[in-house]
Design a protein around this ligand. Structure first.
Ligand code: UT7
Length: 332
């Protein structure tokens, strides 16, 4: 019997229509377009507005578009894994809410929280359900409504984040295409530098936590930056070495979009030509779990069957990792 690999067979996505530009932020905090562009590469981000609109809204739209593209009914989905740090609620899982909204009646689902590395952690997890032959259609959703936990008076964090969501379908492949390898890492001592303090069991919501702004993101940007630059570059080089890939063998790098300088450092370490690096940070900012699949969606037309692709991320936790895959289809 041939070995079964897990291949991405469709990509869907959703970004909200409302735009928050650098010019808009100049009116909200003491910042300027030039600083934001040169320090991060970001020009604008999308914001999900509307009462009761959470990550599941974007996730449901992303999975619906994926089903339409692949020509399948949501009822054919076996499993939905949603990577997010901004679930609709602490529980139930946003994956379950998405399943209900789209009529994925036969799917079970759960969420994965690995911050900006969430999509990679979920992709690696979901691929195992396919490789073992247990399931045939696994959907990985990566998305966040970061605007729900951003303090728009804190100029060091509010300029970075945006809202967006994307999804991929994993199906069995017997041609050796799809996910080849993954390296996933975490270091909990990094929790002191990037976190949302309150709302969990250690610091449940009180009037005081709200007054202290403890439900917003706290980030020590410079420290996170240093760890991100080193670890994202190292893990990307490691997965290339482990799979005997040279820069010429790699068709695309799909990096987490947190800061253009982190992306550039990673590409340099891999000795990749900049033309092989997917970058859309200027349009969406950092959508946390959404960045990597949103790139895949945008570049889908250019991807060719057999392309060697490296996905790479670093985020809160700390968490970081890379996935090596062979693209499985030419878009019709
Ligand atoms: O995806 C999750 C992981 N997160 C990340 O990867 C984020 C990693 N960190 C970063 O991307 C960067 O550290 C930031 C974009 C957050 C900050 O950039 P930086 O180059 O590290 O700036 P800095 O914190 O060293 O600040 C430099 C200066 C400071 O002023 P002084 O002390 O030199 O007078 C800041 O107060 O820039 C100031 N500053 C700003 N100025 C204008 C900080 N934020 C802003 C701002 N506008 N928005």
């Amino acid at each position: 019997m041939k070995k079964i690999t897990a291949a991405i067979t469709a990509v869907g996505g959703f970004v909200p229509k409302d735009i928050l530009s650098n010019a808009d932020l100049e009116k909200m905090v003491d910042t300027n377009d030039e600083w934001i562009r040169t320090r991060t590469g970001i020009e604008e981000r999308r914001i999900l507005k509307g009462e009761g609109m959470g990550t599941s809204h974007m996730g449901a739209e992303a999975v619906k578009s994926l089903c339409e593209k692949r020509g399948i009914s949501p009822e054919e989905i076996d499993l939905i894994i949603c990577a997010t740090v901004t679930p609709d609620m602490m529980f139930p899982a946003t994956a379950n809410i998405i399943a209900d909204k789209i009529g994925a009646k036969n799917a079970f689902g759960y969420d994965i929280n690995a911050a900006c590395s969430g999509f990679l952690f979920a992709l690696a997890t979901g691929s195992k359900f396919i490789e073992t032959g247990s399931y045939k259609k696994v959907v990985i959703v990566g998305g966040d409504k970061m605007s729900s936990i951003v303090d728009y008076t804190d100029r060091e964090t509010c300029i970075i984040f945006g809202d967006g969501c994307s999804s991929v379908l994993l199906e069995p492949n017997e041609e050796g295409l799809g996910i080849q390898d993954s390296i996933l890492k975490s270091d909990g001592s990094g929790r002191h530098y990037l976190y949302q303090k309150a709302g969990g069991s250690a610091y449940p919501a009180t009037a005081e936590t709200v007054a202290n702004k403890d439900h917003f993101i706290t980030q020590e940007g410079k420290t996170v930056f240093k760890f991100a630059v080193t670890n994202m570059a190292d893990v990307s080089a490691e997965i290339m070495e482990r799979n005997n890939l040279s820069a010429d063998d790699v068709a695309w790098l799909v990096p987490h979009q947190a800061n253009l300088r982190i992306i550039d450092a990673t590409a340099r370490r891999m000795e990749l030509d900049p033309s092989k690096v997917m970058i859309n940070i200027q349009k969406y900012g950092n959508t946390t779990s959404g960045t990597i699949p949103l790139c895949l969606l945008e570049w889908e037309d250019q991807l060719k069957k057999g392309d060697n692709i490296i996905l790479s991320a670093f985020g809160g936790g700390f968490t970081w990792g890379s996935v090596y895959l062979k693209w499985a289809y030419d878009k019709k």
